[in-house]
Design a protein around this ligand. Structure first.
Ligand code: 0O2
Length: 211
């Protein structure tokens, strides 16, 4: 990796590392207060150089504009049990003092043509560098476990077929997206019972969730 790329990506790596710790910290606080935890788990990544170069080419982004025009160099993903949790997490993030929400896209209320559902936020997040403070853009995707299951599989299929799915696969994926949506709706209708059961269960057993 060239020195220029390292210098460009380092603040984004720092942002992802810090935000992973902070978002996982939210989980811990809810747990300690014996409240329903709206976050199931958190993952993060910095876009690979190949993927950045690809996007630059596709969108005609010059090198000088990468940081302004590519808002997903740093990405966090928050997985939730219920759709209601997603909106609770969004509220929580909106109210934080350590980041500023710049853009919101609700692909749950307005699913994508592919069948994709998730809530996307672009936030501006300040990282403290030895040369001073630097604001970086971070994309935060918030989804249920069912939405994540579908998106992960569809993403890998996309990689295989370069977005040109055979008709049969397209139909199956569209059906699977609706099945995942149905699952979320069903779970929402019995959310209170599930949460009560989880509350009782977590008192009796140790938790398998990340610390
Ligand atoms: P990767 O590998 O996940 O990073 P822009 O806002 O212009 O940067 P865009 O496409 O308008 O780009 O943003 P959008 O659609 O709000 O969010 C893009 C990201 O959302 C994608 O990143 C995916 O992670 C996810 N996403 C959006 N649509 C779909 C979809 O149909 N299927 C799946 N599986 N994921 C989707 P990347 O860069 O494509 O990939």
């Amino acid at each position: 990796m060239s020195k220029e790329w390292i210098e460009l990506l380092e603040p984004y790596e720092q942002a992802v590392d810090e935000l992973k710790v902070k978002l996982r910290g939210i989980r811990k606080q809810f747990r300690e207060k014996n409240m329903h935890v709206p976050i199931e788990f958190v993952t993060g990544r910095v876009k690979s150089i190949d993927s950045i170069k690809n996007k630059m080419q596709l969108r005609g982004i010059p090198e000088s504009r990468i940081e302004d025009e590519m808002q997903d160099i740093a990405g966090l993903r928050i997985m939730c049990q219920f759709v209601e949790d997603i909106y609770e997490v969004v509220e929580l993030l909106r109210s934080r003092k350590d980041m500023k929400v710049l853009q919101e896209r609700d692909y749950i209320a307005n699913k994508k043509l592919s069948g994709y559902r998730s809530y996307h936020l672009i936030v501006s997040y300040p990282v403290q560098r030895i040369e001073g403070e630097k604001e970086v853009h971070v994309e935060i995707q918030i989804r249920t476990l069912a939405m994540n299951f579908w998106a992960t599989i569809e993403h890998s299929m996309n990689y295989k077929y370069h977005g040109e799915f055979p008709k049969e696969i397209n139909v199956r994926l569209a059906r699977a997206a609706e099945a995942a949506h149905q699952l979320d709706e069903e779970m929402s209708t019995i959310r209170e019972e599930i949460q009560e059961a989880q509350h009782l269960f977590s008192h009796g057993k140790g938790s398998w969730n990340e610390k």
